[in-house]
Design a binder for this molecule. Structure first.
Ligand code: PLP
Length: 294
């Protein structure tokens, strides 16, 4: 496996980061997860723009110019023989504050650390889409936006990991976070949607969620399907009474949910409107891929 580290590609064994890296010491950094379909990266510019926004939000200057990222991502895929006719690619960009003396002042770190990892991305097991996944409503609350905005895709991931531990303990697929007002927000690595009486609902950004790139596409596609789409402030009771529910993220796309805690959603099977949105996503995703020449 080849890893891009700072300014060159090195074999994984040589891709080593300092114990004084503030990403390691303090979780001080940002990241982005992308994917390809074949050789073409999905929503590439939107992911790179979000990386830039996350970096700006923590006062970190990306050490790589915008125009250089596409070539680096493609080089990473080529070297690792993924993102081609045979296999799609998962890509992760991490940019940490970099190495510096102990202390919280970012000025201690003169140079950010940049890592690009890529590996094969295999679709989720078909049984998950067929049967739907299960969720636990976590006791861990989603980060208060004024404390650490969920819109910053930060390497400081303990909030999500604590919630994930709850779902693992409960034997469910993932945890659903509530916010400080007990409103629905998102799961540990995905956005939430539910459908009631033909209307597609999703928590509003000001509930304290990541502005998911797949979320935005699904809202557009649901509209194209003729379904009303509403962003709002919702509670668990509304979700329990929903007809259908699904999750979105870059690698899972659209994933039906069959149960939340002990409550089946609808009849406890993936619903027909979710299937329609999922099918439209599959049929439309070419619209969201970078040009072939890249
Ligand atoms: N919410 C969280 C907390 C995430 O970590 C992610 C993706 O990693 C998402 C939502 C979905 O975002 P996207 O659709 O941009 O992959």
């Amino acid at each position: 496996m080849w890893v891009f580290l700072n300014d060159r590609f090195v074999p994984k064994e040589q891709a080593v980061v300092s114990v004084l890296d503030h990403g390691f010491l303090y979780g001080d950094g940002v990241y982005e997860t992308l994917r390809s379909y074949g050789s073409r990266i999905f929503m590439r510019d939107q992911h790179l723009a979000r990386l830039r926004r996350s970096a700006e939000a923590i006062g970190l200057t990306l050490p790589i110019p915008d125009a250089q990222w596409p070539d680096l991502l493609h080089e990473a895929m080529r070297r690792n023989e993924v993102g081609n006719h045979h296999v799609d690619a998962y890509l992760r960009i991490t940019v940490s504050r970099g190495e510096g003396e102990i202390g919280l002042d970012p000025a201690l770190c003169p140079r950010p650390t940049v890592v690009i990892l890529t590996k094969a991305l295999h679709p989720s097991p078909p049984a998950l889409s067929r049967d739907g996944v299960t969720l636990t409503v976590a006791n861990t609350r989603r980060n208060l936006p004024e404390a650490l905005s969920p819109q910053i895709k930060s390497t400081n991931f303990l909030n999500n990991i604590l919630a994930k531990r709850e779902s693992i303990a409960a034997g469910t697929f993932d945890s659903l976070f509530l916010n400080w007002r007990e409103e629905l927000t998102e799961c540990t690595i995905s956005n939430l949607f539910f459908i009631s009486n033909g209307t597609v609902h999703t928590p509003a950004l000001d509930c304290g969620i990541l502005d998911g790139i797949t979320r935005a596409i699904v809202m557009t596609l649901a509209g194209e399907e003729g379904l009303p789409v509403k962003e709002g402030h919702y509670h668990v009771a509304e979700l329990r009474q929903a007809d259908e529910c699904f999750l979105t993220n870059t690698s899972m796309e659209v994933m039906p949910v069959s149960r939340v805690d002990s409550f089946p959603i609808g009849d406890g099977r993936p619903g027909p409107l979710t299937a329609r949105i999922k099918a439209r996503f599959a049929a439309s995703r070419h619209r969201f891929l970078e040009p072939l020449a890249s």
